[in-house]
Design a protein around this ligand. Structure first.
Ligand code: SAM
Length: 444
């Protein structure tokens, strides 16, 4: 972690520490932010600013580095990491974050570079002063009419822009690319096993947190809330008491589309960290009904964390966690009323909230993921009783992992029909980019 500098605001110090951990140690940005913000004791407002800085600098890295290289006239790879990070943070504030005075963006970045020692702060000072004047013109020269230009302007690898161009067409792909650098909506699910949505909304409102009921066209989200003010859910007492879960509206839509009845038996394949398993538990256990969710997770550590989450959310008596491979066939005599298949995926629908993911994901991984997804879908379908519903969900916008997996499954399996298919996107729906395909087993 960089040294603490009295002259630099706490939010900027946290952002610099997060950036260092992500860029130099390979940390996940969301986890690094949670740790650094807790250590610094940031309030909700500073937390939101630190997040905008750290996530923005990671997300917009490609565009920021393009501007840095034009102004510094040298490759970013030749800069010392603290100088590089101070430049990225400074230019982000100057060019992309509204509400930051240019002199503050420059001075605070210079102080961060000074604290790292050496003469690098002089370069930071010179580049940022020029950046304030010339940066907007450099950005205006970028042209997003081709996938490559859009990838540079919106700071994603070329392959992601090309994938979305093919999948969605140029206009929608551009809108989506512009959107993935905006902060994600904050949405909450009230855990109805422990609390009443109206009472939680009223309590938050009394504390000055601006919340409104969540909605998604055609899908009821009665337990959902959208937060319109700075709010750090993980440090809220309602989170600790199990009344609240941080969950996007898209993720809430999965359990709501599957819509198991109170008392139903549900199989959840690929279940950790358990957002959907605990939502399903709230639906099958509504009003004290004796429902059950069998939640299968391959990784022991994640399965253990899922068990703890279920306890915190008072779903321990409803969810039975199994550690195992969801792609393996299950006991042929054990049939479920509903099945959720939420397999590992490229995650490209969650780039807003997982800033480093675009730099970790790879086009090469998609073929292997789609094969695994197909196998897990087939295993889930085999466990469904006739008349039962199956929801195939991913948090990606990637036809080979979505439509093509479902099409191939239906082509190879008689006795299943497609009820609905929906691709949510951040640009169209203001929530994560989930793919949700609802199938029904029409015959044994
Ligand atoms: C998309 S996440 C699931 C999210 C979860 N359903 C939720 O709502 O919180 C995929 C999960 O599948 C697990 N996983 C990966 N391969 C698996 C397999 N073959 N069998 C079971 N779980 C697997 C991963 O460890 C990860 O926890």
């Amino acid at each position: 972690m960089p040294p603490v500098v009295a002259a630099v605001s706490p939010a900027r110090q946290v952002a610099a520490a997060v950036l260092r951990r992500v860029e130099s140690d390979g940390a996940y940005a969301d986890r690094a932010l949670a740790g650094e913000a807790r250590r610094a004791g940031l309030d909700a407002r500073d937390h939101a600013f630190a997040m905008a800085l750290a996530f923005g600098a990671v997300q917009r890295r490609r565009t920021l580095d393009h501007v840095i290289e034009r102004l510094a006239r040298r490759p970013v790879g030749q800069l010392d990491p603290p100088v590089r990070d101070a430049l990225r943070l400074g230019l982000l504030q100057l060019l992309f974050l509204g509400g930051v005075a240019p002199h503050a963006a420059v001075d605070q970045s210079v102080e961060l570079a000074k604290a790292a020692g050496g003469p690098g702060y002089k370069l930071v000072n010179a580049v940022l002063r020029r950046g304030a004047r010339e940066g907007p013109r450099i950005l205006a020269q970028l042209d997003d009419r081709s996938p490559h230009g859009a990838a540079l302007l919106h700071s994603v690898p070329d392959w992601i822009a090309a994938l979305w161009w093919d999948a969605l067409g140029a206009e929608e792909a551009r809108a989506l690319l512009a959107r993935v650098n905006e902060p994600a909506e904050t949405a909450l699910r009230v855990n109805t096993l422990a609390a009443d949505p109206a009472a939680v909304a009223a309590e938050l409102g009394e504390r000055g947190v601006a919340v409104r009921p969540a909605a998604l066209e055609g899908i009821p989200l009665d337990e959902g809330l959208v937060v319109d003010s700075a709010f750090d859910v993980r440090s809220d007492p309602l989170f600790a008491s199990g009344a609240l879960v941080a969950q996007s509206r898209a993720a809430m839509a999965a359990a709501r589309l599957l819509a198991p009845a109170p008392g139903a038996r549900v199989l959840d394949l690929c279940a950790a960290p358990g957002g959907k398993a605990t939502h399903l538990a709230a639906l099958v256990g509504a009003a004290g009904a004796a429902g059950e969710v069998v939640a299968v997770e391959r990784h022991e550590g994640r399965a253990e964390a899922l068990r703890e989450t279920c306890e915190r959310l008072r779903a321990g008596g409803i969810v039975r966690v199994e550690t195992g491979d969801a792609a393996q066939p299950r006991d042929p005599g054990d049939h479920f009323d509903a099945v959720l298949v939420d397999p590992p995926c490229s995650g490209l629908g969650t780039l807003q909230g997982r800033p480093d993911l675009r730099w970790r994901a790879s086009a090469e991984a998609i073929g292997e993921l789609s094969r695994l997804q197909g196998r897990i879908l087939a295993a889930g379908a085999a466990a469904l009783r006739p008349g039962g519903a199956l929801l195939y969900a991913t948090c990606t916008i990637s036809p080979r992992e979505n439509e093509q997996v479902v099409d191939a499954f239906l082509a190879a399996h008689d006795g299943f029909e497609r009820v609905s298919t929906r691709q949510l996107t951040p640009s169209r729906d203001d929530t994560d980019g989930f793919f949700l395909a609802l199938l029904r087993r029409s015959a044994p």
